[in-house]
Design a binder for this molecule. Sequence first.
Ligand code: DC
Length: 218
Amino acid sequence: MTVPVLTIDGPSGAGKGTISRLVAKKLGWNYLDSGSIYRSLAIALLQQCVDLADESTIVRVAETMDLAFECGDALVVKLNGIDITAQLGLESTGNTASIIAVLPEVRRVLLQKQQDFRQFPGLVADGRDMGTVVFPDAKNKVFLTATAEERARRRYKQLKEKGIDANLACLIDDIEARDRRDTERATAPLAMAENALYIDSSNMTIDSVIEDVLNLIR
Ligand code: DC
C-alpha cells in the first residue's frame, strides 16, 4: 500500500509551515519541512566558509552532511550531531538556501532525503516542488500563497515579536527577490502542480485555510 501524501507548495512566508504542521497534527501524519533541508545545507556551507560559486564542494557537503530531525514537543534539527535549530530561521540562512537551491545537482542529492520522510500513516510535505517533483503522485496537492506585502507584514510581526529589528520595505524587497529566484530557476522551480487546490491566504484566517485543506482530504 502506498503512503498517502498531501503536498503544500508556495512562496516564502505564505504560512505553509504553520498550516502544514497543524494539518499533520490533526491527521496524525508525519511532517516534512523541505525548506529546512535546504536551510541545513546552507548552514553547513556558511559554517565551513564554502564559496557559493564552488558547485562541486557544495554538492560534496550536501552528500556527506548528517542530518537528524528529532520530533518531540518542538522540532530539533541536528547537523553532524550539533543542534542548529536556532539558526534555521535566520534571514541569512533562508537567502543562502534559496541561492544554492538553484543548483540541479544539489536538488538531486537532496531528493532522496526528502522522499525518505514518506512513512505510514501519511505525510504532509511543505516546500516549492513537493507536488511537481518530489511527490508527483500525491493524491492531494495545495498551492498556498499570499501577496508579497502581506507575507512581508507577517514576517515583520514575527521578527518584532522576537525583539528583532526589521524594516518592512527591505522585507518586501527580500521576499520579491526570493520569489524571483525560486520561480525563475531552471530546475524544479516554484510552480503550482496541475491538479493542486489554489489558496490565496492574504485575507484568510489560519482556521479557514486549515478547513479548506482538510475538506480537500475528506
Ligand atoms: O521554505 P523555506 O523558506 O524554508 O525555504 C528556504 C529556501 O529553500 C527557499 O527559498 C528555496 C529553497 N527550497 C527549495 O528550493 N525547494 C523546496 N522544496 C524547499 C525550499
